[in-house]
Write a protein that binds this ligand. Structure first.
Ligand code: NZQ
Ligand code: ZN
Length: 383
C-alpha cells in the first residue's frame, strides 16, 4: 500500500546539451546587472566553461565580481568570505561554475549575503534563511545532483563537522549542463561521480515507504550507471557517454528517487562525510568505501531488500554476492573500497579518530539506526 502523502516541487530550469551555456547571459540579465562568479581552483579556465560563461554574461551586460579558489569538500571560511564580498559589492546574483563543491558554496553564499552571520548558523540549524539572491549554475562535473536540488554541504574543520543542509530558497534558478565540459574530468573524479550517483539512488532504495514506481526509477538509474559507467571509464572524452552519466547523476538526487517515500536513509553519507572531514577524502570515494561496509552491517537485518537490489542490478541472488559484486564494480571503475585503497593507513590511532568524528557528527541513518557498536563494526569493515 502506498501510504505516504507527498509534494513534488522542483523549480530549477535545467538546460542540457551542447553549448547551452550561451543562454546564461540572457537568463542572468533578468535578475540584475551584477553577478558574483564563484569557481574552484582553475579547471574551469582550462575546459572552456569559464570563458563561455563570462562571454555570455558580458554580452548580456552583466558585470562580474569573482570569488575563485573553492576547494573540494568546501569550507565555511570560503563561503563566508565570498558572501562578504558579494554583500560589499551589492551583487544581484551568484553564478557558480564548477562541480558540486562550487555549486553548494554558491547556494550558501546566496542565503548568507542577505544575512549578517556565518553560513554555519544555517547548517547547524541555529537559524533559517529568510531570503536569498538567485543562483545560476554551470556544472562541470557529474556527481552530486546539486544542480537540481536545494541542498548544500559545507565543512567546519575546527569543529570536525561536515553538514548537509537544505532549504527551498537554495534551489538554483537555472542550471546549465553541457556534458562537453565534463570530458576533462580526470579518471579518478569521473569514477567518484559515478559512485556518488549510485549512492544517491541507493540511499533512496534503503529509505522508508512503499513507492514501487520510485523504486523502479532508482533501479533504472543504477543500471544506467552500471552499464555506461565502465564504458565511460574506458573512453573518458566520449561526449555521448558523458551525457548519459551527467543526466543520470542529476536524476539521482533531484527528488525523483524520494517521491512517495517517507525518507531516504542517508546513513552512508554520514559515514562518508566523517571520512572527508578527517582525511579530505573525495566525497564519492568515501561512499564506495562506506556502502559495502554498511551493507555488510545490514546483511542480517534487511537481507530481502539487499537481495532484491542485487537481483535487479548486479544479477546476483544472494546478499553476499551482491555486496561482492558492488565492491568489484567500484574497484573496476577506480573508486576505493577501503581506507587503505584511498591512501589512508588506518591504524589504531586513525580508527579511534574516525570513531570520535562519527560520534561528533552523530552519524545515523533516518531509517536504519546506527549505534556505537555499529560504528566499530563499520570501521573494521572499512580499513
Ligand atoms: O577546483 P577545480 O579546479 O574546479 O577542480 C575540481 C576539483 O578538484 C575538479 N573538476 C571539476 N570539474 C572539472 C574538474 N576537473 C577537470 N575538469 C572538469 N570539468 O574536480 C574536483 C572535485 O570537484 P568537486 O566539486 O569537489 O566534486 P563534486 O562535484 O563531487 O562535489 C563534491 C561535494 O559535493 C557534496 C560533497 O559532500 C562534496 O562536498 N555533495 C553535495 C550534494 C548536494 N548538494 O546535493 C549531495 C552529495 O551527496 C554530496 O554530499
Ligand atoms: Zn553524495
Amino acid at each position: 500500500m502506498m501510504t505516504e502523502r507527498f509534494v513534488i516541487y522542483n523549480p530549477v530550469k535545467l538546460h542540457f546539451g551542447k553549448q547551452v551555456v550561451d543562454k546564461i547571459g540572457k537568463a542572468a540579465a533578468t535578475y540584475g546587472k551584477k553577478a558574483l562568479l564563484v569557481y574552484g581552483k582553475g579547471s574551469v579556465k582550462r575546459n572552456g566553461a569559464y570563458d563561455d560563461t563570462v562571454e555570455s554574461l558580458r554580452q548580456a551586460g552583466v558585470q562580474i565580481i569573482e570569488y575563485p579558489g573553492i576547494k573540494p569538500n568546501p569550507i565555511v571560511e570560503d563561503v563566508d568570505k565570498a558572501a562578504k564580498l558579494g554583500r560589499e559589492e551589492h551583487v544581484d546574483m551568484v553564478v557558480a561554475v564548477g562541480g558540486g563543491s562550487v555549486l553548494d558554496s554558491a547556494k550558501y553564499v546566496a542565503i548568507t549575503i542577505p544575512a549578517s552571520h556565518s553560513c554555519w548558523d544555517f547548517a547547524t540549524g541555529k537559524t533559517k534563511p529568510a531570503e536569498a539572491i538567485p543562483v545560476l549554475g554551470v556544472l562541470t562535473l557529474a556527481a552530486t545532483g546539486s544542480e537540481m536540488n536545494p541542498l548544500g554541504v559545507v565543512q567546519h574543520d575546527q569543529q570536525k563537522k561536515k553538514i548537509g543542509y537544505g532549504h527551498p530558497l537554495m534551489f538554483p534558478k537555472h542550471s546549465f549542463l553541457d556534458p562537453a565540459y565534463t570530458t576533462s574530468v580526470p579518471a579518478n573524479y569521473t569514477a567518484y561521480g559515478i559512485t556518488d550517483l549510485i549512492a544517491h539512488a541507493l540511499e533512496g532504495w534503503f529509505g522508508e515507504g512503499d513507492a514501487t514506481l520510485t523504486d523502479r526509477f532508482i533501479l533504472s538509474i543504477i543500471n544506467e550507471a552500471l552499464e555506461y559507467g565502465p564504458r565511460l571509464m574506458a573512453d573518458l572524452t566520449n561526449y555521448e557517454l558523458r551525457a548519459k552519466i551527467m543526466y543520470a547523476a542529476t536524476m539521482a538526487l533531484n527528488g525523483l528517487t524520494s517521491q512517495g517515500k517517507k525518507s531516504g536513509d542517508w546513513g552512508v553519507h554520514g559515514i562518508g562525510h566523517a571520512m572527508s572531514v578527517l582525511w579530505d577524502i573525495p566525497h564519492g570515494a568515501s561512499l564506495s568505501i562506506a556502502f559495502p561496509a554498511w551493507m555488510t552491517l545490514q546483511q542480517n537485518r534487511i537481507p530481502e531488500r539487499i537481495e532484491e537490489l542485487g537481483y535487479a542490478t548486479f544479477n546476483t541472488n544472494t546478499v553476499d554476492d551482491t555486496i561482492k559484486a558492488m565492491k568489484t564494480f567500484f574497484q573496476e571503475i577506480g573508486s576505493p573500497v577501503s581506507l587503505s585503497e584511498a591512501g589512508v593507513h588506518a591504524g589504531e590511532k586513525e580508527q579511534q579518530e574516525l570513531l570520535e568524528v562519527m560520534r561528533i557528527n552523530k552519524v545515523d541513518g533516518n531509517v536504519h539506526k546506527l549505534n556505537d557498536e555499529d560504528y566499530q563494526l563499520l570501521i573494521s569493515e572499512m580499513i
